[in-house]
Design a protein around this ligand. Structure first.
Ligand SMILES: [Zn+2]
Length: 133
């Protein structure tokens, strides 16, 4: 059974499981019982007792199926969002690399400009124009 958990304290109701603990409230997302809330032992599955109890009346089949398909759509949207985030991160990462390259090239151009100015000054000071720039 696929479920999501919420604290039973949030709902203002509580139940006690066979362990004597306050149970957690879950919402079923299966096609048959989608949207129905249930109480269940708060311990992890491997050490939980067998206690569980429906909190809600049974929903009609089309409502449960609607909730189930909405859950599937939500998962598809989440997956697409995560893929877009990954693509964006890769894009931004590659742009950062390109920015470093541009900065490096600008520095090289600036150094070449400085060297060119020194050569021009050298040539002007010594009266030797060997070439036209
Ligand atoms: Zn228990």
């Amino acid at each position: 059974m696929s479920e999501s958990s919420t604290s039973s304290r949030e709902s203002g109701q509580s139940r006690t499981c066979f362990c004597g603990l306050t149970s957690n409230q879950f919402t079923a997302t299966t096609p048959m019982n989608g949207g129905c809330r249930l109480f269940k032992c708060p311990r992890p599955e491997d050490i939980a007792c067998r206690y569980w109890e429906w909190r809600d009346e049974e929903l009609s089949a089309h409502v449960s199926m609607f909730i189930h398909t909405q859950k599937i759509s939500l998962n598809v949207i989440r997956k697409e969002r995560n893929n877009l985030k990954k693509t964006l991160d890769e894009f931004l990462g590659s742009n950062a690399s390109d920015l470093k390259k541009v900065t490096c090239l600008e520095k090289k151009v600036s150094n070449l400009d400085s060297n060119l100015k020194r050569w021009k000054n050298f040539c002007c000071c010594h009266g030797h124009f060997l070439f036209v720039l």
